[in-house]
Design a protein around this ligand. Structure first.
Ligand code: UD1
Length: 444
């Protein structure tokens, strides 16, 4: 069996120094009923932070160091994107990434790279700030909806950017960027980040009203401030950026990945047992831990992480996804997988993305009793699911199917694992280290 339990691929051209052996790119994941889980796993840096921090490095010339960088293919894509602008990147250890940003950048993000990963749109703001222009492919839709970028573009226009949409690209130009008040109709994570980054180069003060409050936003603000910017209020609904000052390169360790943490919480919820999640930041997971408590999963903050135990069968509850500090939409597939095995009827309302229940059909193939009506899913819990071949439809749904397999009779084979590799570092190895019966197998 090739690469059983091996970690995910390292970056494309970044030096392989210290890299673990690569899993074959077209492998499936085989899961058998498992539990109780025991042991501890290390939670990595937040994907949704690191991608934006990498984009933000283009704001200044010099040598940056990012630590705790997970080996996932979305990071590989962002590395390729930065290399296409003229940056040089190399790993200096398992999870340390060095970035050299040159004086001259080529501000062009190709469709090939942007279409692989929507988060590539995060380069629009920093390229504009640094080069006065940017040409970035339109990201288009993805697995959970049309995902427009109208709020990003309207905010940039307010700051003095000329936007032209043609031939599938955003052509953005600004001779002068001017600070302004920007009010977001919805606290979009990506729009808040792009505005923060472009506003560092705008003359005067920019105020973002109804800004996103996710921990990754506060992390980006901390990074920008370390670079010499003045970003105030990140983590609250009003962020103020006093722009125009010089920026410099820095060394930074990002916040830990709360979604990766949620994956292992869901795993112990379904398989039972007791685990420790080293490096998890429980302060970012309060609402989720409250919900999991209602479902019978016990969690407790410990020095340097989070402890969790699942002594009984899970109990059904009602879940509503919301922008932070609410229950994140990225947890939703994991919670639906848990409710599929809980005692009682659960109700899940998805408020952030219009079309984020596509994967439910795969859980139903595993015997789950789920009815989707618009933005709601009604989940009738079962004692056991039934192992089946299933397809990962996106990053988080893929992880949820793997976790559901822990509570399914027989074998579950998860296909299209490229989605899982995009965002979950060494999911197979980490679950195995907790005692799960899981391995890579050749693609079927
Ligand atoms: C980020 C996260 C993603 C998470 C999401 C919500 C990254 C790489 N991705 O995505 O994992 O699920 O936040 O927490 O960090 N919208 C518009 N117009 C816009 C922008 C957004 O209508 O210009 C809509 C979206 O379609 C969606 C909602 O606003 O319905 C939230 O999107 P947003 O917060 O922007 O998510 P992303 O930044 O794309």
């Amino acid at each position: 069996m090739p690469g059983a339990g091996s970690p995910e691929r390292p970056g494309p051209d970044a030096s392989r120094s210290g890299s673990p052996p690569a899993a074959p790119p077209r492998s499936d994941i085989l899961v058998r009923p498992s539990g109780p889980l025991r042991g501890e796993v290390e939670i990595g840096g937040a994907k949704n932070s690191i991608l934006k921090l990498l984009a933000a490095t283009t704001l200044a010339e010099g040598h940056f160091t990012l630590r705790r960088v997970p080996r996932i293919s979305d990071v590989d894509t962002m590395i390729e994107l930065l290399e296409s602008f003229g940056c040089r990147l190399r790993y200096g250890g398992d999870d340390v990434l060095h970035i050299d940003v040159p004086q001259q950048l080529s501000p062009h993000a190709s469709y090939d790279l942007v279409s692989r990963m929507r988060a590539s749109i995060a380069v629009l703001g920093p390229l504009l700030a640094r080069c006065g222009e940017a040409m970035v492919a339109l990201p288009g839709g993805d697995d959970f909806g049309s995902r427009p970028i109208d709020m990003h573009l309207a905010a940039l226009e307010r700051l003095g950017v000329d936007i032209d949409l043609s031939h599938g690209y955003v052509h953005a130009r600004a001779s002068t960027l001017k600070g302004e008040e920007v009010s977001l109709a919805w606290p979009s994570v990506g729009a808040t980040e792009n505005i923060m980054m472009v506003a560092t180069a705008a003359e005067g003060r920019t105020v973002i009203d109804n800004a996103a409050r996710e921990p990754e936003i506060a992390d980006l603000a901390a990074f920008l401030n370390r670079m010499g910017a003045e970003v105030l209020g990140a983590g609250s609904p009003t962020i103020t950026i006093n722009g125009g000052g010089p920026l410099r390169s820095v060394d930074h360790t990002p916040v830990s990945d709360r979604i990766e943490t949620a994956v292992y919480l869901a795993a112990v919820g379904i398989a039972g047992g007791e685990i420790t999640l080293r490096g998890a930041q429980p302060g970012h997971l309060r609402m989720l831990c409250d919900k999991l408590g209602e479902m019978n999963l016990r969690t407790s903050t410990i020095r340097g992480g989070l402890w969790a135990m699942s002594p009984h069968r899970l109990r059904a509850t009602e879940i509503v996804t919301l922008p932070y500090p609410g229950v994140a939409t990225d947890y939703q597939p994991l919670l639906v997988a848990m409710l599929s095995l809980a005692d009682g009827v659960g109700l899940v309302t998805e408020n952030v993305f219009a079309n984020r229940f596509r994967y439910v059909g795969e859980l139903i193939r595993m015997g789950a009793d789920i009815r989707v009506e618009g933005r709601c899913a009604i989940v009738r819990g079962k004692e056991r699911l039934s192992g089946a071949p299933v397809r990962a439809t996106d990053i988080r749904a893929g992880a949820a199917l793997v976790i559901a397999g822990l509570g399914a009779e027989g074998e579950t084979v998860v296909r299209d694992t490229r989605h899982i590799r995009r965002g979950h570092e060494d999911l197979v190895g980490k679950l195995r280290s907790l005692g799960a019966d899981i391995s890579w197998v050749p693609a079927g």
